[in-house]
Design a protein around this ligand. Structure first.
Ligand SMILES: N=C(N)NCCCC(=O)O
Ligand SMILES: [Mn+2]
Ligand SMILES: [Mn+2]
Length: 353
């Protein structure tokens, strides 16, 4: 009983009735914030069966918060910046709003039967302390923070923030793993060189990554590219690097499961990073984003792409470009939260029922 009381915190203060109910329910492993499975202790998010969704501090998926990645197999971490955006701003509020909407998440994946919290130690480790006034300094701060996270062996699941952040994250990832494969889901190639006289922004991360040898170019795929271009062939540079480019027209009206079988073969057994720009989805599914392009992927196809990454040696993932001020219903942030949970559910070592 004392240990139960210690596990409760004031924000989840229970009425006596709820405490009695919880005590009886604690025999249900799903209700125990610190559950042991096969002898190892895992964090388990508080369940809406016992703690009202609207109560408690809104960490990602209602997981415990901890200051560092020590002892974690995977961690959700926010990078609240939109200094790199070129149109609508607002992605700086993405981490906070995605956490709020993630209160809808439960512990198991009904579609794939993945049980992430029975196999990985996961927590929310908060946000990188960004510099709201200097994007280059923010990139330095991100690189430093991710070096520490990766040094613990933890796999970062990043909540953006604009797409600039993938560049410094991949700098830290490549320091640890060498050049990595990349599954990049986006309406945009983000391979620009200099935009408005600057090399750093959300339209240039993957060109910077190639220039610095962070990517294994033959193991890069870009899925969902579309829209008007600065030239007749906006994807020429990508293809010239050896990337596979899957324009959205190749995705229309079909399941992407067959494509993902090809992607798995392309990626092989080497380390892979997954970067998902929410604007890959059609604005009808994800309106809350800064550079929307019409005729995009469905949410179903987005889920198929992530589930198709099962079996890859994923070393990091990000979900970027959710802009809450343009997300009047909150459904873009909700979609982002679910896609991040799907990413967690395809990490190596996940248990499936
Ligand atoms: N949303 C991302 N990541 N990139 C958009 C680039 C838009 C442009 O440079 O025209
Ligand atoms: Mn984009
Ligand atoms: Mn992008």
């Amino acid at each position: 009983m004392l240990s139960l009381w210690r596990n409760l915190n004031l924000t989840n203060f229970f009425s006596l009735r709820q405490t009695v109910a919880l005590c009886s329910a604690r025999r249900d492993p799903r209700s125990n914030p610190n559950r042991t499975c096969s002898g190892k202790r895992f964090n388990v998010p508080t369940s809406a069966e016992f703690v009202a969704r609207v109560s408690g501090i809104p960490t990602m998926a209602k997981l415990p918060f901890q200051e560092t990645a020590d002892g974690l197999d995977a961690a959700f971490v926010g990078v609240p910046i939109d200094t790199g955006t070129s149109n609508r701003p607002g992605a700086r509020f993405g981490p906070r709003q995605i956490r709020v909407e993630s209160a809808m998440l439960r512990a198991y994946n009904s579609g794939t039967r993945a049980a992430p919290y029975e196999s990985l130690m996961v927590a929310d480790i908060g946000d990188v302390n960004v510099n709201m006034y200097d994007l280059k300094d923010t990139c330095k701060r991100i690189r430093t923070a991710y070096r520490k996270i990766l040094a613990t062996g933890c796999i970062p699941l990043t909540i953006g923030g604009d797409h600039t952040i993938s560049y410094p994250i991949l700098q830290a990832v490549a320091e640890k793993h060498g050049p990595v494969g990349l599954v990049h889901v986006d309406a945009h190639a983000d391979t620009g060189d200099v935009i408005l006289g600057d090399k750093i922004g959300h339209g240039t991360p993957f060109r910077r990554c190639v220039e610095e040898g962070l990517l294994d170019c033959k193991r890069v795929v870009q899925i969902g590219l579309r829209g008007t271009g600065y030239s007749a062939d906006s994807y020429e540079w990508s293809r010239a690097q050896g990337f596979r480019v899957v324009q959205v027209e190749e995705c229309w009206f079909k399941s992407l499961a067959p494509l993902m079988a090809e992607v798995r073969a392309q990626m092989g057994s080497g380390p892979v990073y997954l970067s998902f720009d929410i604007d890959a989805l059609d604005p009808g599914f994800a309106p809350g984003t800064g550079t929307p392009e019409i005729a995009g992927l469905t949410a179903i196809q987005g889920v198929e792409i992530i589930r198709g990454c099962r079996g890859l040696k994923l070393v990091g993932c990000d979900l970027v470009e959710v802009s809450p001020p343009y997300d009047t219903t909150g459904n873009t942030a909700l979609t982002g939260a679910n896609l991040l949970f799907e990413m967690l559910c395809v990490l190596p070592k996940i248990k499936y029922y």
